[in-house]
Design a protein around this ligand. Structure first.
Ligand code: NAD
Ligand code: ZN
Length: 370
């Protein structure tokens, strides 16, 4: 039987259902939580051919009608307003109405894009996440953040729009390129470090099996990641807490976003790879500040490396200017008045936000690591 995890929010609660073969049973799982047996599906050109047939079958078995199937090119470039407009015109032109649910079948790009279209079409349509990347199953499909990029920066336009249900079909991960699987694992390791000794030790023991595709390890990681994310999101639904709450999910991300921005978003560096290096740097910074044990950075770095991820700046095979990275971090969406904000660790399960880290110290760390 699939695993079920409740996400309890003030307005409406929903479930994350985790298991193999859920797409082929989608109709039966969706019918109780949707207003009508009518949907529009958004997917990308890579995921559609692989996983739409199972979804179509699962919907047909429960008597669902598919009003529209919309396909976007794969990749971050599809997360832009012109694509939202095209989707809205396709869906509304095909007769999508207030009782039609929008189904996002794909990774975080499709989830963010389709979720945003669902949030604004007819002022809000029911929405379902069918995540097919590890990153989307452990992170982006839970929490209700949707949106697109502007040429000016990532995720600058969006809305909170919670799904009616999330079906994480772990069977879909079998077709995911291993590099994408590893990148998604970086967020699992992040959740391990945020959650505490139990999940972090589980990561150290099972992470390598997971990136090798072990189904039981994948299902456990999705469950525990969603459990952590659901708890954090429930306590801070709209990211209003500046220090605790959702802000802690940015562990490794101040460094990671700066690295991604320096590399451009063309696939040279995947988000999860940037996060992996960011986790190593966040642990190293925490140790330099005397916040955590001197052993923690080494443990984090050697674990991520064992899972096939870059974990140190020098693993990225190119040079970064410490000054340029520092400049990026000062302009991070989450920075305030140019002050550097980092999520730091006292140990697994003991993360906190530091809003006043010395730039000189960070620059020295980046120089030594680069
Ligand atoms: P993605 O959606 O681009 O998917 C990565 C690649 O894998 C794509 O080429 C896709 O076509 C392919 N793919 C997806 N599933 C597949 C499968 N089962 N088999 C084979 N190929 C498959 O990237 P992602 O890493 O899933 O998501 C990244 C996006 O998520 C970013 O835009 C990021 O901003 C967003 N994000 C959002 C949140 C949130 O809370 N909303 C959180 C984290 C990240
Ligand atoms: Zn992330």
């Amino acid at each position: 039987p699939p695993l079920r995890l409740p996400v309890q929010l003030s307005e409406r609660s929903y479930e994350v259902v985790i298991g193999e073969g859920l797409l082929a049973r989608a109709g039966a799982l969706l019918a109780p939580v949707l207003p009508a047996r009518r949907v529009a599906i958004v997917t990308d050109e890579t995921v559609g051919p692989l996983h739409l047939p199972a979804l179509r079958q699962g919907l047909a078995e429960a008597g669902f009608a598919i009003a529209a199937e919309c396909t976007v090119p794969p990749g971050e470039a599809s997360k832009q307003l012109p694509v939202v407009q095209r989707l809205l015109e396709e869906m509304l032109g095909a007769g999508v109405d207030r009782r039609t649910a929008i189904l996002a079948l794909g990774g975080g790009v499709v989830g963010d894009l389709a979720g945003f279209a669902a949030a604004i079409a007819l002022r809000g349509l029911p929405f379902v996440q069918l995540p097919t990347t590890l990153l989307a199953q452990v992170d982006s499909s839970v929490g209700g953040k949707t949106g697109v990029n502007l040429p000016l920066g990532k995720n600058l336009v969006g809305a909170f729009h919670q799904p009616r249900i999330v079906l994480a079909d772990t069977g879909t991960l079998a077709t995911l390129p291993v590099r994408e699987l590893r990148a998604g694992y970086a967020e699992v390791a992040k959740h391990g470090l945020l959650s505490g000794e139990a999940l972090w030790h589980w990561c150290e023991a099972e992470g390598e099996a997971l990136v090798g595709g072990d189904p039981a390890a994948l299902a456990h990681a999705v469950l525990e990641s969603c459990r952590l994310k659901a708890a954090v999101v429930a306590a801070d639904e709209r990211e209003e807490s500046p220090e605790g709450g959702r802000a802690l999910l940015n562990l490794g991300h101040t460094f990671g976003h700066a690295l991604e921005a320096e590399c451009g978003y063309g696939g040279e560096l995947l988000h999860g790879e940037a996060v992996a290096v960011g986790l190593g740097l966040a642990a190293a910074l925490s140790a330099r500040l005397g916040e955590c044990s001197q052993e923690l950075p080494g443990r984090v770095i050697s674990h991520l490396a064992a899972c096939g991820l870059p974990a140190r700046l020098r693993d990225l095979g190119r040079e970064f200017s410490a000054a340029a990275l520092l400049g990026r971090m000062r302009k991070d969406k989450k920075a305030r008045d140019g002050a550097l904000r980092f999520v730091l660790l006292r140990g697994p399960g003991e993360a906190f936000t530091a809003g006043d880290v010395s730039p000189a110290l960070v620059e020295a760390l980046l120089r030594d690591e680069g």
